[in-house]
Ligand binder design. Structure first.
Ligand SMILES: *Cc1c(COP(=O)(O)O)cnc(C)c1O
Length: 374
């Protein structure tokens, strides 16, 4: 069993993907070819945002978003410590200060009730992460931001395809950033990412920053980066887009299977009723995680930990930790365990995982009475 089965996905769309790649090789416009604009139009329409700007990675999307907002050294940006390092890295790369606010135990997403206390006259933006595919509490976060004139950047690297109160992730705040890293819900076959906004002047800024701050050829009106997404990678995403909604449904079905099968055995980070998750990960809270992981590995079930150490405890970031730290993130980091997940994980496979998990819990003496053994 694969942790994420990219092979089955390729085989299911093989002709479409090969055809799209061949078309790029035939026309030869490897940089900013027609597939780039085609993908941007499709993704903007998909999310409902007025603009989509593809970029070279999800990390670069975050950097460009902060640059477009004018974030500079000395500014503060509030974010979650329970994320992939890139979320805080983008802030630090601009010389700004990451200010960590703790997350909620039930979702692992930024706790909006803790934001007010972190705001200072230097605060410029808030970056919530829609962790494991579930949108953060965007309405509440936007309301806090609005009260202080702050921008909100949704780090939607894991949540493309998710919905929140009837709207799509990436179109829930000032700017949305996503990633097309191969293992994300909508992945390419290399690095890629995208920015979303409905603000025309931010869109212009982000388009220019993506190509060295260039407004016309060799006219550099602002400082930028080399941040374009390859035409070939855009072609791969275009080919995968046709089955994407079906894939999201399959991920939801797989998550529901796990939920049924694991019900009484282990707590999981669930999805709230007013939103849907893109289920980038299905994550449970595992006591004796290291042992459990070993036993599952021995039973042929690969697992992963996202993330074993919160960002505010990482060696290069610990001096930015908030007084008192982020105890909920720290506790989740000890317990989270992600199970194999993806659109091609069928019910028998989910059953195998559940059975292996029940066996491992029994061996550790952790099986709860009344737990639904598979
Ligand atoms: C993957 C990821 C990123 C970075 O995306 P890349 O395309 O790998 O640069 C940023 N934030 C989060 C939450 C991610 O999961």
């Amino acid at each position: 069993m694969d942790f994420i089965d990219l092979k089955s996905q390729y085989l299911a769309s093989r002709e479409l993907i090969n055809g799209r790649i061949q078309a790029v090789l035939d026309h030869g416009q490897y940089i900013m070819g027609p597939e780039v604009a085609e993908l941007e139009d499709r993704l903007a329409a998909y999310t409902g945002a007025r603009h989509c700007i593809t970029v070279s990675s999800g990390t670069e999307a975050l950097v460009i978003a902060l640059m477009a907002l004018g974030v500079k050294p000395g500014d503060e940006v509030i974010t979650t410590p329970f994320s992939f390092i890139a979320t805080a890295e983008a802030i630090v790369l601009l010389g700004a200060t990451p200010v960590f606010a703790d997350v909620e135990a039930g979702t692992g997403n930024l706790d909006h009730r803790l934001l007010e206390a972190r705001i200072t006259p230097r605060t410029r933006a808030i970056i919530p992460v829609s962790l494991y595919g579930q949108p953060a509490d965007m309405d509440e976060i936007n309301a806090v931001a609005e009260g202080h004139g702050l921008a909100v950047i949704e780090d939607a690297a894991q949540s493309f395809g998710a919905t929140y109160r009837g709207r799509k992730s990436c179109n829930l705040s000032t700017i949305g950033c996503t990633s097309f890293f191969p293992s994300k819900p909508l992945g390419c076959y290399g690095d890629g990412g995208a920015l979303f906004t409905s603000d025309d002047s931010l869109a212009t800024a982000m388009r220019e920053i993506r190509v060295h701050g260039q407004s016309r050829r060799y006219v550099h009106t602002r400082i930028g980066v080399g941040g374009r997404m390859d035409t070939l990678q855009c072609a791969v995403v275009l080919a995968k887009l046709d089955r994407f909604d079906w894939e999201i449904e399959q991920r939801q079905r797989a998550a529901a299977s796990y939920h049924d099968l694991l019900g009484g055995q282990l707590a999981s980070l669930g999805c709230r009723a007013d939103r849907s998750s893109a289920w980038a990960q299905y994550t449970v809270l595992a006591p004796q995680r290291a042992r459990l992981q070993e036993l599952l590995q021995a039973a042929g079930i690969p697992t992963a930990v996202h993330y074993p150490v919160p960002i505010d405890q990482q060696p290069a970031y610990a001096h930015w930790a908030s007084p008192g730290g982020c105890p909920v993130a720290a506790s989740l980091a000890h317990e989270v365990l992600s199970l194999p997940m993806g659109p091609y994980l069928d019910r028998p496979s989910a059953h195998r995982v559940a059975q292996a998990l029940a066996g491992a819990l029994a061996m550790l003496g952790l099986q709860e009475a009344g737990g639904k053994a598979a």
